[in-house]
Design a protein around this ligand. Sequence first.
Ligand SMILES: *Cc1c(COP(=O)(O)O)cnc(C)c1O
Length: 395
Amino acid sequence: MTSAPTPFPPPAQGEPWLLTPGPLTTAASVKQAMLRDWGSWDEDFRAMTRDLRARLLALLGEGAEDFDCVPIQGSGTFAVEAMLGSFVPRDGKVLVLANGAYGQRAAETLRYLGRAHVLLDKGDYLPPRGAEVARILAEDPAITHVIAIHCETSSGILNPVAEIAEATYGTGRKLLIDSMSAFGAIPLEPAAIRFEALVSSANKCIEGVPGFGFVLARKSELEAAKGNSHSLSLDVHAQWAAMNRTGQWRFTPPTHVVAAFLEALRLHAAEGGVAARGARYGANRDALVAGMRRLGFQTLLEAAWLSPIIVTFFCPADPKFVFDRFYALMKARGFIIYPGKLTAVDSFRIGCIGHLDAAVMRAVVEAAGAALAEMGVASAAPPAAALEERARLGA
Ligand SMILES: *Cc1c(COP(=O)(O)O)cnc(C)c1O
Protein backbone atom coordinates (compact mmCIF):
# COMPACT_ATOMS: atom_id res chain seq x y z
CA MET A 1 0.00 0.00 0.00
CA THR A 2 1.74 3.14 -1.18
CA SER A 3 -1.29 5.45 -1.26
CA ALA A 4 -2.15 8.42 0.98
CA PRO A 5 -1.04 8.40 4.63
CA THR A 6 -3.49 6.58 6.86
CA PRO A 7 -3.88 6.33 10.61
CA PHE A 8 -3.66 2.59 10.02
CA PRO A 9 -0.26 2.08 8.41
CA PRO A 10 0.67 -1.35 7.13
CA PRO A 11 2.21 -3.72 9.68
CA ALA A 12 6.00 -3.83 9.87
CA GLN A 13 7.94 -4.86 6.79
CA GLY A 14 7.10 -8.40 5.76
CA GLU A 15 4.28 -8.74 8.30
CA PRO A 16 0.89 -9.58 6.77
CA TRP A 17 -2.43 -8.02 7.73
CA LEU A 18 -4.29 -10.46 9.95
CA LEU A 19 -7.93 -10.60 8.87
CA THR A 20 -8.63 -13.04 11.66
CA PRO A 21 -10.77 -12.45 14.72
CA GLY A 22 -7.91 -12.55 17.21
CA PRO A 23 -4.98 -12.70 17.27
CA LEU A 24 -5.33 -9.69 15.00
CA THR A 25 -3.27 -6.85 13.61
CA THR A 26 -2.17 -4.58 16.45
CA ALA A 27 -0.80 -1.03 16.45
CA ALA A 28 2.97 -0.52 16.49
CA SER A 29 2.72 1.22 19.86
CA VAL A 30 0.94 -1.83 21.33
CA LYS A 31 3.84 -4.04 20.24
CA GLN A 32 6.38 -1.49 21.51
CA ALA A 33 4.74 -1.47 24.95
CA MET A 34 6.03 -5.02 25.42
CA LEU A 35 9.71 -4.04 25.21
CA ARG A 36 10.39 -3.94 28.92
CA ASP A 37 10.13 -6.25 31.90
CA TRP A 38 7.88 -5.78 34.92
CA GLY A 39 7.99 -7.27 38.41
CA SER A 40 4.55 -8.74 38.99
CA TRP A 41 4.50 -7.95 42.74
CA ASP A 42 5.88 -4.42 42.29
CA GLU A 43 3.64 -1.40 42.91
CA ASP A 44 4.16 -0.19 39.32
CA PHE A 45 2.61 -3.38 37.95
CA ARG A 46 -0.12 -3.47 40.60
CA ALA A 47 -1.06 0.07 39.49
CA MET A 48 -1.24 -1.23 35.91
CA THR A 49 -3.60 -4.02 37.01
CA ARG A 50 -5.81 -1.51 38.87
CA ASP A 51 -5.88 0.74 35.81
CA LEU A 52 -6.76 -2.16 33.51
CA ARG A 53 -9.65 -3.29 35.72
CA ALA A 54 -11.05 0.23 36.10
CA ARG A 55 -10.84 0.98 32.37
CA LEU A 56 -12.55 -2.27 31.40
CA LEU A 57 -15.30 -1.68 33.93
CA ALA A 58 -15.87 1.83 32.56
CA LEU A 59 -16.37 0.37 29.06
CA LEU A 60 -19.53 -1.35 30.33
CA GLY A 61 -21.29 2.01 30.51
CA GLU A 62 -24.40 2.72 32.55
CA GLY A 63 -24.89 0.24 35.39
CA ALA A 64 -21.16 -0.60 35.67
CA GLU A 65 -21.08 0.40 39.36
CA ASP A 66 -22.72 -2.92 40.29
CA PHE A 67 -19.97 -4.87 38.49
CA ASP A 68 -16.30 -5.67 38.97
CA CYS A 69 -13.59 -6.84 36.60
CA VAL A 70 -11.56 -10.01 37.16
CA PRO A 71 -8.74 -10.78 34.70
CA ILE A 72 -7.94 -14.48 34.14
CA GLN A 73 -4.69 -15.79 32.61
CA GLY A 74 -4.95 -17.85 29.44
CA SER A 75 -6.89 -17.56 26.18
CA GLY A 76 -10.56 -16.66 26.02
CA THR A 77 -11.70 -20.24 26.50
CA PHE A 78 -10.05 -20.29 29.94
CA ALA A 79 -12.16 -17.27 30.93
CA VAL A 80 -15.37 -18.90 29.63
CA GLU A 81 -14.57 -22.02 31.63
CA ALA A 82 -13.79 -19.88 34.69
CA MET A 83 -17.12 -18.04 34.35
CA LEU A 84 -19.19 -21.21 33.92
CA GLY A 85 -17.43 -23.08 36.72
CA SER A 86 -17.63 -20.14 39.14
CA PHE A 87 -21.14 -18.77 38.61
CA VAL A 88 -23.13 -21.92 37.92
CA PRO A 89 -23.58 -23.75 41.23
CA ARG A 90 -22.82 -27.46 41.20
CA ASP A 91 -26.54 -28.24 41.34
CA GLY A 92 -27.37 -25.64 38.69
CA LYS A 93 -28.55 -26.33 35.14
CA VAL A 94 -27.67 -24.31 32.08
CA LEU A 95 -29.51 -23.65 28.83
CA VAL A 96 -26.81 -23.26 26.15
CA LEU A 97 -27.85 -21.21 23.11
CA ALA A 98 -25.70 -22.43 20.24
CA ASN A 99 -25.43 -21.45 16.60
CA GLY A 100 -21.84 -22.32 15.92
CA ALA A 101 -18.56 -23.57 17.34
CA TYR A 102 -18.40 -21.31 20.39
CA GLY A 103 -21.87 -22.26 21.61
CA GLN A 104 -20.91 -25.92 21.13
CA ARG A 105 -17.72 -25.28 23.09
CA ALA A 106 -19.71 -23.81 26.00
CA ALA A 107 -21.78 -27.01 26.10
CA GLU A 108 -18.63 -29.14 25.98
CA THR A 109 -17.13 -27.11 28.81
CA LEU A 110 -20.20 -27.78 30.95
CA ARG A 111 -19.86 -31.47 30.15
CA TYR A 112 -16.26 -31.42 31.43
CA LEU A 113 -17.40 -29.49 34.51
CA GLY A 114 -20.15 -32.00 35.20
CA ARG A 115 -22.79 -29.25 35.21
CA ALA A 116 -26.26 -30.22 33.99
CA HIS A 117 -27.18 -28.48 30.74
CA VAL A 118 -29.49 -28.53 27.74
CA LEU A 119 -28.58 -27.34 24.28
CA LEU A 120 -30.68 -25.28 21.92
CA ASP A 121 -28.77 -25.84 18.67
CA LYS A 122 -29.79 -23.51 15.84
CA GLY A 123 -27.25 -24.86 13.33
CA ASP A 124 -24.96 -22.47 11.47
CA TYR A 125 -27.32 -19.78 10.25
CA LEU A 126 -30.05 -18.91 12.67
CA PRO A 127 -30.22 -16.82 15.85
CA PRO A 128 -31.84 -18.17 19.02
CA ARG A 129 -34.93 -16.00 19.49
CA GLY A 130 -36.45 -14.72 22.72
CA ALA A 131 -39.76 -16.55 22.30
CA GLU A 132 -38.18 -20.01 21.99
CA VAL A 133 -35.85 -19.31 24.93
CA ALA A 134 -38.88 -18.28 27.05
CA ARG A 135 -40.70 -21.46 26.03
CA ILE A 136 -37.81 -23.76 26.97
CA LEU A 137 -37.38 -22.01 30.31
CA ALA A 138 -41.10 -22.24 31.06
CA GLU A 139 -41.05 -25.97 30.32
CA ASP A 140 -37.95 -26.76 32.42
CA PRO A 141 -38.01 -25.18 35.88
CA ALA A 142 -34.67 -26.87 36.76
CA ILE A 143 -32.76 -24.49 34.48
CA THR A 144 -31.01 -21.81 36.54
CA HIS A 145 -28.79 -20.09 33.94
CA VAL A 146 -28.70 -19.29 30.24
CA ILE A 147 -25.45 -18.82 28.33
CA ALA A 148 -25.57 -16.84 25.10
CA ILE A 149 -22.85 -16.09 22.57
CA HIS A 150 -22.95 -12.37 21.75
CA CYS A 151 -21.25 -12.55 18.35
CA GLU A 152 -20.87 -16.18 17.24
CA THR A 153 -17.48 -15.82 15.59
CA SER A 154 -17.77 -19.05 13.59
CA SER A 155 -20.34 -17.48 11.24
CA GLY A 156 -20.17 -13.83 12.31
CA ILE A 157 -23.80 -13.79 13.40
CA LEU A 158 -24.74 -11.13 15.94
CA ASN A 159 -27.17 -12.79 18.32
CA PRO A 160 -30.15 -10.89 19.76
CA VAL A 161 -28.96 -10.68 23.37
CA ALA A 162 -31.57 -8.06 24.37
CA GLU A 163 -34.53 -10.36 23.68
CA ILE A 164 -32.62 -13.32 25.16
CA ALA A 165 -32.07 -11.30 28.37
CA GLU A 166 -35.76 -10.41 28.50
CA ALA A 167 -36.78 -14.04 28.13
CA THR A 168 -34.23 -15.14 30.74
CA TYR A 169 -35.19 -12.65 33.45
CA GLY A 170 -38.87 -12.80 32.52
CA THR A 171 -38.81 -16.35 33.91
CA GLY A 172 -36.50 -15.50 36.82
CA ARG A 173 -33.27 -17.08 35.49
CA LYS A 174 -29.74 -15.65 35.13
CA LEU A 175 -27.85 -14.77 31.95
CA LEU A 176 -24.13 -15.29 31.28
CA ILE A 177 -22.70 -13.91 28.03
CA ASP A 178 -19.68 -14.91 25.94
CA SER A 179 -19.01 -11.47 24.49
CA MET A 180 -15.48 -12.45 23.48
CA SER A 181 -15.52 -11.05 19.96
CA ALA A 182 -17.99 -8.19 20.60
CA PHE A 183 -17.00 -6.46 23.84
CA GLY A 184 -15.38 -3.09 23.19
CA ALA A 185 -17.07 -2.63 19.79
CA ILE A 186 -20.71 -3.53 20.42
CA PRO A 187 -22.35 -2.00 23.50
CA LEU A 188 -23.59 -4.28 26.27
CA GLU A 189 -24.78 -1.83 28.93
CA PRO A 190 -26.15 -3.44 32.09
CA ALA A 191 -28.70 -0.62 32.33
CA ALA A 192 -30.09 -1.63 28.92
CA ILE A 193 -29.55 -5.41 28.86
CA ARG A 194 -29.54 -7.38 32.10
CA PHE A 195 -26.93 -10.08 32.66
CA GLU A 196 -24.84 -11.41 35.55
CA ALA A 197 -21.46 -11.78 33.88
CA LEU A 198 -19.72 -11.50 30.54
CA VAL A 199 -16.32 -12.63 29.33
CA SER A 200 -13.98 -11.28 26.70
CA SER A 201 -10.24 -11.42 26.05
CA ALA A 202 -7.23 -9.23 25.34
CA ASN A 203 -6.86 -10.06 21.65
CA LYS A 204 -10.28 -9.22 20.22
CA CYS A 205 -11.97 -5.81 19.87
CA ILE A 206 -9.67 -3.97 22.29
CA GLU A 207 -6.86 -4.96 19.90
CA GLY A 208 -4.30 -6.25 22.39
CA VAL A 209 -2.13 -9.34 22.09
CA PRO A 210 -3.23 -12.78 23.38
CA GLY A 211 -2.53 -13.89 26.94
CA PHE A 212 -5.48 -13.26 29.21
CA GLY A 213 -9.24 -12.97 29.35
CA PHE A 214 -11.46 -11.09 31.74
CA VAL A 215 -14.78 -11.52 33.47
CA LEU A 216 -17.05 -8.54 34.13
CA ALA A 217 -19.51 -9.72 36.74
CA ARG A 218 -22.10 -8.36 39.12
CA LYS A 219 -20.52 -7.99 42.58
CA SER A 220 -23.41 -9.91 44.17
CA GLU A 221 -22.65 -12.87 41.84
CA LEU A 222 -18.92 -12.64 42.59
CA GLU A 223 -19.68 -12.86 46.30
CA ALA A 224 -22.10 -15.75 45.78
CA ALA A 225 -19.53 -17.64 43.65
CA LYS A 226 -17.37 -18.58 46.64
CA GLY A 227 -16.74 -22.32 46.71
CA ASN A 228 -18.46 -23.11 43.39
CA SER A 229 -15.39 -23.58 41.21
CA HIS A 230 -14.04 -26.98 40.24
CA SER A 231 -10.63 -25.45 39.57
CA LEU A 232 -8.00 -23.65 41.62
CA SER A 233 -6.58 -21.54 38.79
CA LEU A 234 -9.96 -20.78 37.16
CA ASP A 235 -11.77 -19.77 40.36
CA VAL A 236 -13.14 -16.30 39.58
CA HIS A 237 -14.14 -15.63 43.18
CA ALA A 238 -10.68 -16.52 44.49
CA GLN A 239 -8.93 -14.40 41.85
CA TRP A 240 -11.25 -11.48 42.63
CA ALA A 241 -10.85 -11.71 46.39
CA ALA A 242 -7.05 -12.04 46.20
CA MET A 243 -6.73 -9.21 43.70
CA ASN A 244 -8.82 -6.91 45.86
CA ARG A 245 -6.79 -7.84 48.94
CA THR A 246 -3.25 -7.76 47.50
CA GLY A 247 -3.51 -5.94 44.17
CA GLN A 248 -1.80 -8.93 42.57
CA TRP A 249 -2.81 -11.77 40.30
CA ARG A 250 -2.73 -15.06 42.22
CA PHE A 251 -0.34 -16.73 39.76
CA THR A 252 2.23 -15.31 37.31
CA PRO A 253 0.49 -12.66 35.20
CA PRO A 254 1.35 -12.15 31.51
CA THR A 255 3.11 -8.87 32.35
CA HIS A 256 4.04 -7.84 28.81
CA VAL A 257 0.57 -8.65 27.55
CA VAL A 258 -0.92 -6.45 30.28
CA ALA A 259 1.40 -3.57 29.32
CA ALA A 260 0.40 -3.95 25.67
CA PHE A 261 -3.27 -4.11 26.62
CA LEU A 262 -3.07 -0.83 28.55
CA GLU A 263 -1.69 0.84 25.44
CA ALA A 264 -4.50 -0.78 23.41
CA LEU A 265 -7.04 0.60 25.92
CA ARG A 266 -5.52 4.09 25.55
CA LEU A 267 -5.87 3.85 21.77
CA HIS A 268 -9.45 2.61 22.19
CA ALA A 269 -10.30 5.67 24.33
CA ALA A 270 -8.48 8.06 21.97
CA GLU A 271 -10.49 6.69 19.04
CA GLY A 272 -13.75 7.49 20.86
CA GLY A 273 -14.52 4.35 22.86
CA VAL A 274 -17.01 1.60 22.09
CA ALA A 275 -19.13 3.65 19.65
CA ALA A 276 -16.18 4.76 17.51
CA ARG A 277 -14.60 1.30 17.53
CA GLY A 278 -17.89 -0.25 16.44
CA ALA A 279 -18.33 2.39 13.73
CA ARG A 280 -14.88 1.71 12.27
CA TYR A 281 -15.52 -2.04 12.22
CA GLY A 282 -18.93 -1.41 10.63
CA ALA A 283 -17.31 0.66 7.88
CA ASN A 284 -14.73 -2.11 7.40
CA ARG A 285 -17.51 -4.67 6.98
CA ASP A 286 -19.47 -2.46 4.57
CA ALA A 287 -16.43 -1.87 2.35
CA LEU A 288 -15.59 -5.58 2.42
CA VAL A 289 -19.10 -6.90 1.73
CA ALA A 290 -19.84 -4.38 -1.04
CA GLY A 291 -16.53 -5.15 -2.77
CA MET A 292 -16.82 -8.92 -2.46
CA ARG A 293 -20.41 -8.82 -3.75
CA ARG A 294 -19.17 -6.89 -6.77
CA LEU A 295 -16.77 -9.80 -7.40
CA GLY A 296 -19.78 -12.17 -7.26
CA PHE A 297 -19.24 -13.59 -3.74
CA GLN A 298 -22.24 -14.06 -1.47
CA THR A 299 -22.43 -13.82 2.28
CA LEU A 300 -23.76 -16.67 4.38
CA LEU A 301 -25.97 -14.32 6.33
CA GLU A 302 -28.51 -11.80 5.21
CA ALA A 303 -27.75 -8.17 6.04
CA ALA A 304 -29.78 -8.07 9.26
CA TRP A 305 -27.54 -10.59 11.04
CA LEU A 306 -24.14 -9.56 9.64
CA SER A 307 -21.92 -8.45 12.50
CA PRO A 308 -19.18 -5.85 12.11
CA ILE A 309 -16.74 -8.44 13.51
CA ILE A 310 -16.28 -11.13 10.88
CA VAL A 311 -18.07 -12.07 7.67
CA THR A 312 -18.56 -15.57 6.23
CA PHE A 313 -18.58 -15.96 2.45
CA PHE A 314 -19.60 -19.06 0.52
CA CYS A 315 -16.81 -20.61 -1.51
CA PRO A 316 -17.50 -20.19 -5.25
CA ALA A 317 -19.04 -23.18 -7.05
CA ASP A 318 -16.49 -22.95 -9.90
CA PRO A 319 -14.33 -26.12 -9.62
CA LYS A 320 -11.26 -23.98 -10.31
CA PHE A 321 -11.74 -22.38 -6.89
CA VAL A 322 -9.61 -24.24 -4.34
CA PHE A 323 -9.58 -22.65 -0.90
CA ASP A 324 -5.96 -23.56 -0.05
CA ARG A 325 -4.79 -21.95 -3.27
CA PHE A 326 -6.94 -18.87 -2.65
CA TYR A 327 -5.49 -18.64 0.87
CA ALA A 328 -1.92 -18.82 -0.45
CA LEU A 329 -2.59 -16.21 -3.14
CA MET A 330 -4.11 -13.86 -0.55
CA LYS A 331 -1.17 -14.42 1.77
CA ALA A 332 1.26 -13.67 -1.05
CA ARG A 333 -0.52 -10.31 -1.35
CA GLY A 334 -0.13 -9.64 2.37
CA PHE A 335 -3.47 -10.81 3.75
CA ILE A 336 -4.10 -13.70 6.14
CA ILE A 337 -7.73 -14.81 5.86
CA TYR A 338 -9.58 -17.45 7.83
CA PRO A 339 -10.98 -20.84 6.79
CA GLY A 340 -14.68 -21.45 7.35
CA LYS A 341 -16.02 -23.20 10.42
CA LEU A 342 -19.44 -24.17 9.11
CA THR A 343 -20.65 -27.71 9.38
CA ALA A 344 -22.60 -28.06 6.12
CA VAL A 345 -21.21 -25.89 3.30
CA ASP A 346 -17.76 -24.73 2.13
CA SER A 347 -17.00 -21.23 3.26
CA PHE A 348 -14.24 -18.87 4.33
CA ARG A 349 -14.18 -15.90 6.67
CA ILE A 350 -12.68 -12.44 6.64
CA GLY A 351 -12.36 -10.56 9.91
CA CYS A 352 -13.18 -6.85 10.11
CA ILE A 353 -11.48 -6.24 13.46
CA GLY A 354 -7.94 -5.17 14.27
CA HIS A 355 -5.88 -2.05 13.70
CA LEU A 356 -7.09 -1.50 10.13
CA ASP A 357 -9.61 0.58 8.23
CA ALA A 358 -11.85 0.54 5.13
CA ALA A 359 -8.91 1.37 2.84
CA VAL A 360 -7.32 -1.92 3.91
CA MET A 361 -10.61 -3.71 3.20
CA ARG A 362 -10.70 -2.26 -0.32
CA ALA A 363 -7.18 -3.62 -0.83
CA VAL A 364 -8.40 -7.02 0.43
CA VAL A 365 -11.14 -7.00 -2.22
CA GLU A 366 -8.64 -6.05 -4.90
CA ALA A 367 -6.38 -8.93 -3.82
CA ALA A 368 -9.35 -11.34 -3.86
CA GLY A 369 -10.20 -10.26 -7.42
CA ALA A 370 -6.60 -10.78 -8.51
CA ALA A 371 -6.49 -14.19 -6.80
CA LEU A 372 -9.66 -15.32 -8.62
CA ALA A 373 -8.17 -14.21 -11.93
CA GLU A 374 -4.95 -16.07 -11.22
CA MET A 375 -6.88 -19.27 -10.44
CA GLY A 376 -8.97 -18.83 -13.59
CA VAL A 377 -12.23 -18.65 -11.64
CA ALA A 378 -14.79 -17.03 -13.93
CA SER A 379 -17.57 -16.54 -11.39
CA ALA A 380 -17.46 -16.28 -7.59
CA ALA A 381 -21.11 -17.32 -7.35
CA PRO A 382 -21.75 -20.01 -4.71
CA PRO A 383 -23.30 -23.39 -5.51
CA ALA A 384 -27.05 -23.14 -6.02
CA ALA A 385 -27.51 -25.75 -3.27
CA ALA A 386 -25.94 -23.45 -0.66
CA LEU A 387 -28.31 -20.62 -1.54
CA GLU A 388 -31.33 -22.94 -1.58
CA GLU A 389 -30.38 -24.25 1.85
CA ARG A 390 -30.01 -20.69 3.15
CA ALA A 391 -33.39 -19.70 1.74
CA ARG A 392 -35.06 -22.86 3.06
CA LEU A 393 -33.86 -22.10 6.56
CA GLY A 394 -34.94 -18.49 6.28
CA ALA A 395 -31.53 -17.15 7.26
C1 LIG B 1 -12.24 -16.05 20.37
C2 LIG B 1 -13.48 -16.57 21.00
C3 LIG B 1 -13.44 -17.39 22.14
C4 LIG B 1 -12.15 -17.83 22.79
O1 LIG B 1 -11.31 -18.51 21.96
P1 LIG B 1 -9.79 -18.72 22.37
O2 LIG B 1 -9.23 -19.42 21.19
O3 LIG B 1 -9.73 -19.51 23.60
O4 LIG B 1 -9.21 -17.34 22.59
C5 LIG B 1 -14.63 -17.75 22.72
N1 LIG B 1 -15.81 -17.34 22.22
C6 LIG B 1 -15.90 -16.56 21.13
C7 LIG B 1 -17.24 -16.14 20.65
C8 LIG B 1 -14.72 -16.15 20.47
O5 LIG B 1 -14.81 -15.35 19.40
